[in-house]
Design a protein around this ligand. Sequence first.
Ligand code: APR
Length: 232
Amino acid sequence: MQKLVVLTGAGISAESGIRTFRDMGGLWEEYDIMEVASPEGWEKNPVLVQKFYNERRKQLLESEPNRAHRTLVELEKYFDVEIITQNIDDLHERAGSKKVLHLHGELRKAQSTRYPELVYEIDGWEIREDDRCEKGFPLRPHVVWFGELVPAMDSAVEISMSADIFVIIGTSLNVYPAAGLVDYTPDGIPIYLIDPEDIQYYRKQDIKIIKEKAGKGTGVLFEELTGNKLSF
Ligand code: APR
């Protein structure tokens, strides 16, 4: 089977009702990125940071995977699909995708503030102020903040290097190192980009653009790659 590697961003979850970051009305219009998504912000006001992620988590529990997530599952019948996602939601997993690598962490998990390797599933939607790890330290969201290392990056590079086809869905390609993954793909492989907006990208000439929202765009991709129509 050919390996289909898919890099996803906030846009793939937009049709599930989850807000993106940099679109009009995106989260970074309402919140100061450094206050809620950096170690300095956490240091300054952990209550605000917990509140921000608790709200995101609560909303996630009320959301469902959409057609785009389901189409990527359907593609597993034809390809060895590996998803590298910048998203912290679990909609790929809930749709049924088998191989999902989270570059920026997972919203439904908490980690020890002192021992980051101590990671816990969160029961419900809240990390509470008095929650502690097994060694007695407070818990924080299991999310990679600006200025922090991206521990899954080496695996993501390796996966990108092994791609036969590479697909980018719903990301503004603003945030590195994730945005640079396409540069690790083997020369000459087909690269697709699905996004309803024009994405500024220097390698655009090599990339097949499907200028659609993720739900419709992945349907177009599915037909092009398999020659079949989706049944949903
Ligand atoms: N279908 C597909 N794409 C969409 C849709 C949709 N329905 N709606 C919006 N988009 C596109 C936008 O046009 C934009 O290009 O999704 C992209 C979202 O971009 P960002 O908001 O910048 O999100 P993302 O690229 O995932 O952000 C990367 O930045 O804030 C950090 O850690 C956070 O993982 C995140 C990272």
